[in-house]
Design a protein around this ligand. Structure first.
Ligand code: SAM
Length: 240
C-alpha cells in the first residue's frame, strides 16, 4: 500500500508505479479500518484527504458503493472488480509508466500503483496534466466509469494542440476505457462509441470482456493508443 503522500482523490489520480504495486488494496490494508458490508463484498480504508470540492456519487457499474460525505471518511468499493484492477496493475502497467486514473473513486487502482495522487474533476485533470507533460508524460490512462467514460474521450481531441512543435517526440498514452454493451456484438458496439466520440476510426483497439454484469450485458475494457491525429487535432472545446 502506498504510504508516502497518502493522498487520494475520488475524482482523478495520477500514479507513479515505480514505487511498487502494493497489495491490491481490496482488504482494507495500509489505511487501516478494513471492513465488510453485509454481503462481504466491500472493504473500506480511511484515507487522508487531498484537495477537491464537492462529493460525487458512485459510478454506474453495479454492486459497488461509496458511503459517507467527504474524503477521510469510510469509503467503499466494488471488490468484484479486483481481478480487473490486478490485471492492469500487474500485467499492463510497467514500472516506467505514469498512470492517469481519471475516474479513480477512492483510488483502488491508483493506490495499488501509486505514490502520488491528485483529486480533480476528470476533464480538468486530463487538461491540466497534459499542459504540464514536459516533465512526466502520461503513458497510461484508466477511465473506469462504464456508463459514461466513452463520452469523456472527446477531452483528448486536441489535447496536445499547444505542443504541435513536439509532434515527432511526443509519447501517446495507452487509454483503457470501460463501458457496458447489451449489443449482439458488444466489442463492435463499444468500438463504434469510441470512434464517434474521438471523431476518428481508431485502429488496433484491444477489447477485453471484464464480466457479464446482467444477462446479455457486458462490461468491456477497450485499450488503444491515443492516435496522434486525435491528440493534435484542432480542439473543439476550450480547456479550463
Ligand atoms: C465506477 S467508479 C470506479 C472507481 C475505481 N476506479 C475502481 O476501479 O473501483 C467511477 C468513479 O468515478 C467518479 N466520477 C464520476 N464522474 C466523475 C467526474 N466527472 N470526474 C471524476 N470522477 C468522476 C465516481 O464518483 C466514481 O467514484
Amino acid at each position: 500500500m502506498a504510504t508516502a503522500d497518502p493522498v487520494v482523490g475520488r475524482a482523478a489520480a495520477a500514479a507513479y508505479p515505480e514505487v511498487g504495486s502494493g497489495d491490491g488494496g481490496e482488504s482494507g490494508g495500509g489505511g487501516g479500518e478494513g471492513g465488510e458490508g453485509g454481503d462481504g463484498s466491500v472493504a473500506a480504508v480511511n484515507l487522508e484527504a487531498g484537495s477537491g470540492d464537492g462529493d460525487r456519487s458512485s459510478g454506474g457499474e453495479g454492486g459497488g458503493s461509496e458511503s459517507g460525505g467527504g474524503l477521510g471518511r469510510r469509503r467503499y468499493w466494488n471488490s468484484r472488480l479486483s481481478t480487473e484492477r490486478q490485471r492492469l496493475v500487474d500485467h499492463v502497467f510497467k514500472n516506467s509508466d505514469v498512470v492517469c486514473d481519471v475516474f479513480s473513486g477512492v483510488g483502488p487502482i491508483a493506490i495499488s500503483a501509486a505514490r502520488k495522487v491528485f483529486n480533480m474533476d476528470a476533464r480538468r485533470f486530463i487538461s491540466s496534466i497534459y499542459s504540464s507533460q514536459h516533465v512526466h508524460p502520461v503513458t497510461q490512462v484508466v477511465m473506469n466509469l462504464p456508463n459514461d467514460a466513452a463520452e469523456f474521450l472527446d477531452v483528448f481531441r486536441g489535447i496536445s494542440w499547444n505542443h504541435h512543435l513536439a509532434v515527432p517526440s511526443c509519447v501517446m498514452p495507452n487509454i483503457h476505457v470501460y463501458g457496458f454493451s447489451k449489443a449482439e456484438d458488444p466489442e463492435y458496439d463499444f468500438h463504434e462509441r469510441i470512434n464517434l466520440t474521438l471523431g476518428e476510426n481508431v485502429s488496433d483497439v484491444e477489447m477485453h470482456r471484464v464480466r457479464l454484469v446482467a444477462p446479455g450485458k457486458w462490461m468491456l475494457c477497450a485499450s488503444f493508443t491515443l492516435p496522434v491525429s486525435v491528440a493534435f487535432a484542432k480542439p473543439n472545446y476550450i480547456a479550463c
